[in-house]
Design a protein around this ligand. Structure first.
Ligand code: SF4
Length: 121
């Protein structure tokens, strides 16, 4: 048996979670105030994922950068590669919320989408 301590990131309460595992399998989650904490803890110890938020350089627009996020969770282990692709990307204005700025970022199968509008300058 092994235990892991985690802080739930599901809401600002930040409940302290204790996960009991046996041979890589989750046996029990304690400390969660709501079911979201149980789901988060089980995923975090087996397959941690994150939404990445950042900005991408945009040319010809009324802003220099457009805020963005991954369309869905990506493996936590890929965050560095995803950030590298986002840093290297340059897109052309205009951009609308929800537009795909980078397809299949870092080979994750997930797109990076705009989270604000940038009009042409
Ligand atoms: S367990 Fe529920 S209440 Fe506690 S931090 Fe997570 S989401 Fe919030």
């Amino acid at each position: 048996m092994e235990t892991r301590e985690l802080t739930c990131i599901g809401c600002p309460m930040g409940c302290m979670l204790t996960v009991t595992m046996d041979k890589g399998e989750v046996i029990e989650v304690k400390g969660n105030t709501c079911p979201k904490g149980d789901i988060y803890a089980r995923k975090e110890v087996v397959n941690p994922t994150r939404i990445v938020t950042s900005t991408v350089k945009i040319t010809g627009g009324d802003k220099e950068r457009v805020s963005c996020k991954t369309e869905s969770d990506i493996p936590k282990a890929k965050i560095f590669e995803v950030m590298k692709d986002i840093d290297a990307a340059v897109v052309a204005a205009p951009a609308q919320i929800g537009d795909v700025l980078i397809e299949n970022v870092a080979g994750t199968g997930v797109n990076v989408i705009a989270t604000r509008n940038v009009a042409k300058a």
